[in-house]
Design a protein around this ligand. Structure first.
Ligand code: G3I
Ligand code: 9MR
Ligand code: ZN
Length: 546
């Protein structure tokens, strides 16, 4: 079918503006809402690529800057509508931040703010410590991870990290208001983003044991069926502690201290104390304590093969927070270990360099961000900057190989491919910040275009944002709440060649990577949502707007 793919949210004046056609045409026009042509241009042929499988043609109208609502048209085919406006990303930014509020667990939702998406208090019972004869523990609060109701320490830490590094690098994030309850600080109310993140931090604080270690997760034994969270009353279990969770929590509490200390000193101090305590446990337990699901339990595993990147992040974040040389020494030691590990085991991620990874498993890139924030020592900063730029250059090379200008290769279309993309956009954002090279920013812009509709599924992967936004996230409340639309601002996991759930098998087998997607509520391997798929978009958008 002949189609014109476009970013359905739109463009800032001055931004690169492109539509992608999957059919041949010589001319195109930009039409206003009344159907009047306001811009004429020539289509250029790009050719086929291995990610979309389409023969692509590009309509570039970057020079057209007149604010308004438009579509692109060629050979009688119209694209979805989009806007050109100075505030084109305002709604998107509010929505992607507010998502975390709707995902709150416990008794923290208020109909005044949640509206129709309100749910009653959930998961309020104490959790059984799995395999131990100890008293059940109160770990209420935080955010549901995703379409399921689990709460996982490493996933939570990484989501918080994307948001707070976003705040550290791009201060305007503190100005985003998204209508959530106010939280008082020392000198007035906290900015909304910090009020929201604090909900997760309060929960993560409860996940720490007296000896400093951190439970890997709290979930029911198996995933709940499609029910509202308040109806999920099965026994909650705190599963084993892991060095992964303990390191990530040491890191994220140290980072959080650097932010919260200026708003609520006592809270900041509490975070730093908890971070040090987690770190002491790590020092006393140098062997990796990895995590595997208890036999028969099917909730998220978040397994990792080693804990080196986690330990690197913890040391780097504590060094940034305290300036104490011991943490720097440790960070360097872990850096060397990670390099050695990479050389031996051949780094498993798709990314070119472990020190640019911002995922739920590979977190060394987050440590890099801490070192860059610290700005010293000069040699380490220089090394990490070079790594970031090299990776950004690899991504630019990828982007030149397809008509969408998308920095992904076919190997990136795995479970949560949209996060693979967003992690790359974080790298490009940092490289642009560092060098001011416009190619990096253009690649970020093209990546956002892809996420918001310039893809061969012709879909915006953010609910409520775009004329053809996906509507059926694998998200339990959405499945049962009888509300037509899911709440806005949820990022879909996106295309995944693995097609790892039953319903996904309905996607034709020979589909190109970009088309291994189905907007169906059953498709947890293609269309789930999670806190750590939303959070990197907050970082990237904040950087893009800075
Ligand atoms: O790392 C390998 C890569 O080397 C290989 O090329 C590629 C090809 O298959 O696979 C990569 O591993 C993937 C791994 O994620 C790393 O990202 C696995 O295939 C894939 O199955 C795995 O998916 C994870 C999924 O859980 C299943 O474990 C997702 O990343 C992760 O986001 C997702 O997390 C779930 C939680 O368990 C529960 N809550 C919802 C959440 C989102 O779906
Ligand atoms: O809903 C679950 C989703 O959040 C997870 O990502 C996914 C993988 O752990 O599992 C989903 O739950 C499914 C379960 O694993 C198997 N039975 C069907 C469930 C979804 O309806
Ligand atoms: Zn809950």
């Amino acid at each position: 079918m002949n189609r014109i793919f476009i970013d359905q949210v739109g463009f800032l004046p001055g931004e690169t503006k492109k539509a992608v056609l999957n059919f041949s045409a010589s001319d195109f026009e930009v039409k206003d809402e009344g159907g009047k042509a306001v811009y004429h241009g020539k289509v250029s042929h790009f050719g086929t690529d291995e990610i979309s499988g389409e023969d692509t043609f590009v309509a570039d109208f970057s020079e057209f800057d007149e604010p308004g609502r438009y579509s692109v048209s060629a050979e009688g085919v119209d694209s979805a509508h989009f806007n050109i406006a100075g505030d084109v990303y305002d709604k998107l930014m509010k929505d992607i931040c507010k998502c975390f509020y709707y995902l709150r667990c416990g008794d923290a939702l208020d109909p005044k703010y949640a509206g129709v998406y309100y749910h009653k208090p959930c998961h309020m019972s104490k959790a059984t410590v799995y395999g131990e004869d100890t008293d059940p523990v109160d770990v209420t609060g935080g955010w549901h991870d995703a379409g399921d109701f689990g709460r996982y320490s490493t996933a939570g830490a990484v989501a918080v990290a994307h948001l707070l590094y976003g705040v550290r690098f791009f201060k305007d994030l503190l100005k985003v208001e998204f209508n959530i309850p106010k939280v008082a600080g020392d000198k007035g109310d906290l900015p909304d983003i910090l009020a929201e993140v604090r909900v997760e931090l309060d929960f993560l604080l409860k996940m720490q044991r007296d000896n400093g270690s951190v439970w890997h997760k709290v979930t029911t034994f198996n995933h709940a069926p499609f029910i509202m969270p308040e109806d999920d009353t099965a026994e909650l279990f705190l599963f084993n502690v892991s060095s992964l969770a303990t390191a990530d929590i040491a890191a994220v509490f140290a980072l959080s201290y650097t932010v919260y200390k200026d708003y609520d000193k006592a809270y900041g101090d509490k975070l730093l104390k908890a971070s040090r305590k987690a770190y002491e446990w790590l020092k006393e337990n140098p062997e990796p304590l990895l995590f595997r699901n208890a036999p028969g339990s099917n909730t998220g595993e978040y397994g990792e093969a080693e804990d080196i990147s986690n330990r690197f992040w913890a040391a780097a974040a504590l060094y940034e927070a305290t300036g104490e040389p011991g943490f720097l020494e440790d960070a360097k030691k872990q850096r060397d270990r990670l390099l050695e590990h990479e050389a031996k085991a051949k780094f498993k991620g798709n990314q070119g360099d472990a020190f640019t990874c911002f995922g739920w498993a590979e977190v060394a890139g987050l440590g890099t961000l801490s070192i860059l924030l610290k700005g010293e020592p000069a040699d380490l900063c220089a090394e990490l900057r070079v790594r970031m730029q090299k990776e950004a250059d690899r991504l630019l090379a990828n982007a030149s190989k397809n008509g969408f200008g998308l920095c992904m290769t076919k190997n990136d279309f795995i479970w949560g491919s949209n996060m693979e993309l967003l992690k790359y956009l974080m790298v490009l954002t940092m490289a642009y910040k560092d060098t001011g090279k416009s190619e990096y920013r253009k690649a970020v812009s093209a990546g956002l275009d892809y996420l918001l509709g310039a893809n061969s599924m012709d879909v915006s992967y953010v609910t409520g944002n775009g004329e053809k936004a996906f509507k059926n996230p694998h998200l339990r409340p959405t499945a049962v709440d009888d509300i037509e639309e899911p709440w806005p601002g949820l990022v879909s996991g996106g295309p995944n060649v693995g097609l790892q759930d039953e319903r996904a098998k309905e996607v034709p087998k020979d589909s190109a990577p970009m088309k291994c997607y189905y907007d169906h509520i059953d498709c947890y391997s293609l269309n789930e949502i999670t806190i750590y798929w939303n959070s990197p978009l907050v970082f990237v958008l904040a950087g893009f707007l800075a």
